[in-house]
Design a protein. Structure first.
Length: 219
């Protein structure tokens, strides 16, 4: 199976630098809708058979152009929502953004899943819910599926579940995953990275480097 993990388009919270991880979450900006439309055009040519989203509104808005083009109704999984910010929810200060990335980075880089986000989940809880959703997607039997999810969540799950050689993707892993960036994984008994695009899949001109976007940053 090929699983295309697509980060949602730009939201108003990305622009303001807010740690917006709760439901329903912010809507897409005008640029975010353009990113979603461009992603739909590109991914419609990839033989996509199913589309999955988180429970947050921005993933449904991002998936909508692709779903319309292919005539597919997206399926929702709560387990692929963003890493919960807990006590840091909707904070916009640098210390909060740094603290958030520290926790997620500890899960990913040190494999220490015991650390909790302040007032929220630890790495074990995050990984369990994301794994459960991906296992359900895998069980569907589709050859190619798109999963519209979130910046920190995608990077963390990919980093913890990739069993292939990370070296070809190290430079990508050290950069930010921009809105509608896409990481492609393949399952053949285990998951491995086969492609990684940090820039919007519709082209780098759809990026907004001025947005603070705290969940996009490398960990």
């Amino acid at each position: 199976m090929r699983l295309l993990l697509l980060r949602h388009g730009q939201t108003h919270s990305n622009v303001s630098g807010a740690l917006d991880t709760g439901a329903p979450g912010a809507d897409l900006t005008e640029l975010g809708r353009a990113q979603a439309d461009a992603a739909g055009t590109v991914l419609a040519e990839r033989g996509v058979e199913a589309i999955y989203c988180s429970t947050l509104v921005r993933t449904h808005q991002t998936a909508a152009p692709l779903a319309t083009r292919l005539g597919i109704t997206p399926v929702t999984f709560d387990g692929v929502r963003e890493v919960a910010a807990g006590d840091l929810e909707m904070r916009t200060d640098m210390d909060s953004a740094t603290g958030y990335r520290h926790v997620v980075g500890t899960w990913l880089l040190e494999r220490n899943l015991d650390l909790c986000m302040p007032g929220a989940e630890d790495g074990h809880a995050f990984l369990a819910r994301y794994d459960a959703a991906v296992d359900s997607i895998l069980a569907s039997g589709h050859d190619t599926a798109v999963l519209v999810s979130h910046g920190a969540a995608i990077r963390t799950w990919v980093g913890l579940r990739n069993t292939g050689d990370i070296e070809p993707w190290r430079e990508h892993a050290l950069g930010p995953l921009h809105n509608t960036g896409c990481i492609e994984m393949e399952y053949d008994g285990a998951w491995r990275i086969v492609d990684w695009h940090n820039d919007p899949v519709g082209g780098h001109l759809l990026d907004d480097p001025s947005a603070p976007d705290p969940t996009a940053e490398a960990l």
